[in-house]
Ligand binder design. Structure first.
Ligand SMILES: *Cc1c(COP(=O)(O)O)cnc(C)c1O
Length: 305
């Protein structure tokens, strides 16, 4: 096989038509004795480097949502998230860059001292609207949304985590821009929009592996199927949640530190660390046939780190 050099890949120049700034990102082969021993090659797409704030998969998930808001008379995007949401963070920055109004409905009470994520989104001009955990549960109901419209006027609504058809479309465009010859394409999974897009956009003779960071994310499988009717060349791996969303273990943190020391690539414990740890463990278990090639997507999440 040819080396995974930059020339080997088609250059897909998104700068020509996209609305958000975009930086091309490199492919980095992870030369690790564990992969050599198993006879596989693992390449990381450093998509975390595509934008300083709208990074990784969030850029692609927001692309068509942002285009929709640009065409909407309200020029306002309203979305939902927890106090540490990467989705809120990226959305606030994208709207700020394009002069769009953004409203963030935040789960939980307002604290006098904002955390780094909320301070950032506020500095980007996002209007914050706090709701109790109880009423946040009703966020997809018509009455709840009507009340938001009464308060804020018209807006384009983007669901929590940003996973809607527009997001899947954006992620699928990213997948289609990648070299299509890898046997496995891997990504971490929160709400599943990114995985759904990769399944839609990547070579359907290859296998797409999503590593769930949630405990018991089984309902998501239906949703991913709904976005990709008839496709079966994918799998949701559920063994590497490390206790659940935003939970971690000393082993996971040690793995991330070691990976950075050996390969000079930063990962974080919520998404990319869990995926990469899963890839190493599956490799050890002999999950990948000798000679297999893997492309893992570094989906970002490193803001403020
Ligand atoms: C949001 C996020 C994900 C999860 O994406 P989904 O489309 O919700 O599955 C994965 N990795 C990082 C770094 C993220 O910020």
């Amino acid at each position: 096989m040819q080396p995974f050099g930059e020339d080997f890949f088609l250059i897909f120049d998104v700068n020509l038509y996209c609305v958000l700034a975009y930086q091309s990102t490199p492919l980095v082969e992870i030369n690790d004795p564990a992969f050599a021993a198993a006879g596989i090659r693992v390449v990381l797409k450093r998509e975390d480097l595509n934008h300083p704030h709208v990074s990784g998969n969030k850029w692609w998930k927001l692309k068509y949502n942002i285009e929709k808001v640009l065409q909407h008379p309200s020029r306002t995007l309203l979305t939902f998230g927890g106090a540490y949401s990467n989705h809120l963070y990226a959305t606030a920055a994208a709207c700020h860059e394009l002069g769009l109004r953004s409203i963030g409905v935040v789960r939980g009470e307002e604290h006098p001292l904002l955390n780094d994520t909320l301070q950032f989104v506020k500095d980007q001009g996002m209007q914050l609207h706090y709701v109790s955990r109880e009423s946040y549960r009703h966020k997809t109901e018509a009455d709840f949304i009507d009340a938001l419209e009464n308060e804020f006027g018209a807006f384009v609504l983007v669901p929590e985590g940003g996973s809607n058809e527009e997001a899947v479309q954006g992620a699928s465009e990213f997948a289609a821009s990648l070299d299509q010859s890898f046997d496995y394409l891997c990504c971490p999974v929160g709400t599943g929009g990114t995985l759904a897009g990769l399944i839609r956009g990547y070579n359907s003779t290859k296998t797409i592996l999503g590593f769930s960071v949630l405990k018991g994310a089984y309902g998501m499988v239906e949703e991913i199927r709904h976005w990709n009717p008839g496709k079966t060349n994918w799998q949701l791996i559920t063994d590497y949640h490390f206790g659940g969303y935003a939970k971690s273990t000393p082993d996971l943190l040690q793995f991330i530190a070691q990976f950075k020391a050996r390969h000079a690539v930063p990962l974080e414990p919520i998404y990319t660390g869990k995926m990469m740890s899963g890839i190493f463990d599956l490799t050890k278990q002999g999950f990948f046939k000798r000679g297999s090639t893997l492309l893992a997507i570094h989906t970002g999440g490193l803001q403020g780190k």
